[in-house]
Design a protein around this ligand. Structure first.
Ligand SMILES: Nc1ncnc2c1ncn2[C@@H]1O[C@H](COP(=O)(O)OP(=O)(O)OP(=O)(O)O)[C@@H](O)[C@H]1O
Ligand SMILES: [Mg+2]
Length: 264
């Protein structure tokens, strides 16, 4: 199976798109070939890479179960399947779960070779997210280290448990603490809970960082807009950590050192 990763969380605004875009960019920077599939009708991942799209081509591909529309981005090694508002109607022609594996079939027919395919999902469990979860093996969940963030994570985990009946292959590969405020006590309380709930699966943190908030407005990932910012550093580290996890090349001792550094 190709290395297909879905970035999901039913809670909105937690950093799914920021994570999908910036991990995809960091992997490309590491020399990997990456396809980012924007499955959100908001089109935020596309906009964040400077691509304005109505989503008609992607909608048509899904309706015809044909190859996906792939465009190159400014960053060598990073390709994109752009999305937009038209995609909001996707799935209306399928009233039951038979429509859940359309994206997987489209991907099979899409010419191109990628080391990683990463899918940005909307904050809902409709057609778009269901199709993404049927297509992937690895699930990553960005989570805010707040009380409501933890609650949203629990809801997501229970939804994924039910979903395993449809795709038994899926695995929560990583929980990524996003928009972290290390000076807040709640951050550390939630981090402790996350590590108990997901031993070895909690990534180094992504700090709240102004460069990450500004990059989408410039249509580029943060490694291109502010390459030595905290945001760029954090996503580079998480991308390396995740690549090692997925490829089974992680070094537990090195990871302990990284966790220590990120808790300073
Ligand atoms: N680490 C961060 N530091 C600062 N701003 C951030 C960070 N992560 C995300 N943001 C900002 O927070 C907002 C929400 O982030 P993002 O769009 O990635 O969330 P999302 O989970 O994809 O939202 P949605 O559920 O609507 O798809 C955006 O304006 C984004 O630029
Ligand atoms: Mg999003």
């Amino acid at each position: 199976m190709k290395k297909v990763v879905s970035v999901v969380n039913l809670k909105g605004g937690v950093g799914k798109t920021t994570t999908a875009v910036n991990i995809a960019a960091c992997w490309a920077e590491m020399g990997k070939k990456v396809l980012l599939v924007d499955m959100d009708p908001q089109g935020s991942a596309s906009i964040s890479l400077g691509v304005m799209n109505e989503g008609n081509e992607l909608l048509e591909a899904l309706q015809k179960t044909a190859g996906l529309p792939v465009v190159a981005t400014e960053l060598a090694g990073l390709d994109l399947v752009p999305s937009g508002m038209a995609l909001a109607t996707a799935g209306m022609w399928h009233a039951d779960s038979r429509g859940n594996d359309i994206l997987a079939q489209c991907l099979e027919q899409t010419p191109g070779e990628w080391d990683f395919i990463i899918i940005d999902c909307p904050p809902s469990l409709g057609f778009h997210t269901m199709n993404s979860l049927m297509t992937c093996r690895y699930v990553i969940i960005p989570v805010e280290t707040s009380f409501l963030g933890l609650n949203g994570l629990k809801q997501m985990v229970s939804a994924l448990e039910s979903f395993k009946a449809l795709n038994p292959e899926i695995e929560i590969e990583a929980v990524i603490p996003c928009r972290a405020h290390r000076r807040r006590r709640i951050h550390w309380d939630i981090m402790d809970t996350l590590k108990e709930m997901f031993p070895r699966k909690v990534s180094p943190i992504i700090r709240e960082n102004v460069s990450l908030a500004e990059a989408p407005g410039r249509g580029k990932p943060v490694i291109l807009t502010d390459r030595i910012s905290n945001g760029a550093d954090d996503y580079r580290l998480v991308s390396l950590w995740l690549d090692e996890r997925i490829n089974g090349t992680e070094d537990p001792e090195l990871n302990q050192v990284r966790q220590l550094i990120s808790s300073i």
